[in-house]
Design a protein around this ligand. Sequence first.
Ligand code: IPE
Ligand code: MG
Length: 256
Amino acid sequence: MSKLLQEAGKAAPGSLPRHLAVVMDGNGRWAARRGLPRFAGHQAGVRALRELVRHHLELGIPCLTVFVFSSENWQRPRPEVRGLFCLLEYVLSNGDLGELHREGVCLRFIGLRDSLSDSMRRKMEHAERMTAVNTRLRFLVAVNYGGRWDIVRACRSLAGQVRDGHLGVEALNEERLDSELSLAGLQEPDLLVRTGGERRLSNYLLWHLAYTELYFTDCLWPDFDGAELEQALAWFAGRRRRFGRTDGQLTGASEL
Ligand code: IPE
Ligand code: MG
């Protein structure tokens, strides 16, 4: 770990995020620049993700959510979709899973599983069961996930509870809806990092990003290394998070 990352690990409470959400974008362009097939970019993306998890563990950041496959990614060419799922299945059946388990990582998948293959679903369930007891790092992987889907699914569940008489309409509030969403019980991401130059949310954790600091970088995902993470964390440490309040309220200084 570099000196700066080490310093970040000793940083004052509040200056490191507790939950980092990442949109890993730019694998295809990374590969194209090297004259390689897009799949090689996705493979390199997996290597960058391994490194990110290692830094997370070293820094003691307790929660990480990454966007692996969005509900819109089905529109990609079939061979690419197949390649992405092969890669995911491979990662869940090689040494990575055991390593995550040994390191105390609790792995969980968020997103709609119905349209995934049986073998994919089985591997996901196995990984979740195996790592369920771990508490050092909660690692959420969004597969076939969409922020709108998450909200609609929660509303449907609440509507069912109302219909069956278990919940009064007046009891519906933000906490109640939040408790039905995929990240229920977890603290909201404090920092979102999106690589690859785009400045949009692409239907990621729409509900949960309401107060999240948004960090966009042109760095392509496979190039996102410790130095890039340092930059993102340094930027985050410099943000003043007011949550709708004024600067004076935070510092105690008098304001007109
Ligand atoms: C992100 O990289 C990986 C996934 C969405 C699975 P891209 O594949 O979107 O890479 P670019 O944007 O084409 O460079
Ligand atoms: Mg992209």
